[in-house]
Ligand binder design. Structure first.
Ligand code: ADP
Ligand code: ASP
Ligand code: MG
Length: 402
């Protein structure tokens, strides 16, 4: 069997944890399996590197930031290889260049395009455990890129797909995927299974347990994922196309604080305004999420939308410099907002799900700023201070607890 095992930052956060991972992988190796280990940087070291960069330059060039951040994963993978060496288990660490993992050009949020498998296959044939740096790639200019925060999950799934692995296991600091983040929803319950589509929505809407692109890729290439704890042997959660369990109305609640609301006031009420506005942002690679347009009055209209908080400044800057061209009067930006979403395939055939969520928020006297829905999700934008109370209230209202 060829097994890809990915371990997150907490799972390799110190010496004991590194040896814990090494032991778990060696066990698999000794059974005769081929083992690829994908690692994140130790503990919070990616955050620390970003903070360090900012002491030198509050707005570091993206190429150089990637150059810096890729060191985090080189530290953990090299140390892991050293740990295997003490156990007499043959192993080798490889970074994105050595593999090579080819990505698009963009820094900070690159997409994997192609993985060369020769080097990895060669190492496996020599019965070595192959330890690969997560989160990083190389672009066509031979520069390091990174895949976006949490991107090591995507590295693991991409390797599993490229090498036709028999299993792809994502080890983390929780026992699996829960109905909500157990860190702030104490009654959250672990799921045995979840579909790619539901998990993709949860991940995109703020459930950081999996990088959303990893789920997208797993669905595309049919890679079944297991998410489980690196600290115990509890069974985790399986992410796959169809689940066997009877469909619940909703499978989870997600919360995303990394959001900001931008409003453009007094736009001309004529065709093409939304196109111009969002095209300007798209050209700068800024992702727009929930969009709300007011009904036109006195020949003007307002458009509000959300962007991730770290892109809010850039978005406001672009809009301000083009405000007269789109005929807008003013722009405002509110960073004290959060998105709370419910996700579930069961919603499709059950009217009244959104109303139930709104009722739960009303009972808590929580005001809703914006709403957006799809077949299998409802998202509301609320004040950030209400975020955790809202997530718990909605979780209770749908009876998701144990
Ligand atoms: P890793 O470093 O292993 O990649 P992450 O911090 O990226 O770990 O992801 C694990 C964390 O995701 C958990 O500690 C948990 O707080 C958070 N999380 C958010 N939503 C969920 C959810 N629905 N189920 C489980 N964990 C979740
Ligand atoms: N180390 C990177 C991060 O902190 C990638 C990852 O953990 O998946 O975002
Ligand atoms: Mg992660």
């Amino acid at each position: 069997m060829l097994i890809v095992k990915k371990f997150g930052g907490t799972s390799v956060g110190n010496k004991e944890r590194i040896f814990n991972v090494a032991r778990r992988c060696a066990e698999e190796y000794r059974k005769g399996n081929d083992v690829i280990v994908v690692l994140s940087a130790m503990g919070k070291s990616t955050d620390d590197l970003i903070a360090l960069a900012q002491t030198i330059n509050p707005n570091p060039p993206k190429r150089e930031l990637d150059m810096l951040l890729t060191t985090g994963e080189q530290v953990s993978t090299a140390l892991m290889a050293m740990a295997f060496d003490t156990m007499d288990v043959p192993a080798v660490s490889l970074n994105a260049f050595q593999v090579a993992m080819h990505t698009t050009r963009v820094h900070g949020n690159a997409r994997l395009k192609r993985i060369d498998t020769d080097r990895i296959m060669h190492e496996l044939e020599h019965r070595r455990i192959v330890i690969v740096t997560g989160f990083q790639g190389v672009n066509k200019y031979d520069n390091y890129t990174t895949l976006g925060r949490g991107g090591s999950d995507t590295t693991a799934v991409a390797l599993a797909a490229a090498l036709h692995a028999d299993a792809c296991e994502i080890y983390t600091d929780v026992d699996g995927i829960y109905t909500a983040d157990p860190r702030y929803v104490p009654k959250a319950r672990k799921l045995d299974e979840i579909t790619y589509d539901e998990m993709l929505d949860l991940a995109t809407l703020g459930s950081g347990v999996l990088h959303n692109r990893s789920v997208e890729m797993a669905k595309k290439y049919g890679v079944q994922l297991v998410v489980r704890s690196s600290l115990n042997d509890h069974e985790g959660t399986i992410v796959k196309e169809e689940t066997n369990v009877e469909r619940m109305l909703i499978s989870g609640v997600a919360l995303d604080r990394n959001t900001a609301r931008i409003s453009v006031i007094g736009l001309k009420d004529q065709p093409g305004m939304a196109f111009k506005l969002f095209n300007m942002l798209a050209r700068e690679n800024i992702n727009v999420d929930v969009i709300l347009q007011s009904i036109g009055r006195e020949n003007t209209k307002d458009i509000s939308f959300t962007v991730s908080r770290d892109e809010a400044d850039a978005a406001v800057k672009i809009l301000e410099s083009n405000l007269s061209r789109i005929g807008g009067k003013s722009i405002s930006c509110n960073r004290e907002v959060a998105k709370v979403s419910i996700v579930g395939a069961g919603m499709m055939s059950n009217p009244g799900v959104a109303a139930k969520m709104f009722e739960a928020l009303y009972n808590q006297n929580i005001n809703i700023n914006m709403i957006s829905t799809s077949e299998i999700r409802v998202t509301v934008l609320i004040h950030e201070r209400d975020a955790e109370r809202a997530a718990n209230a909605v979780h209770d209202a749908f009876g998701l607890e144990e």
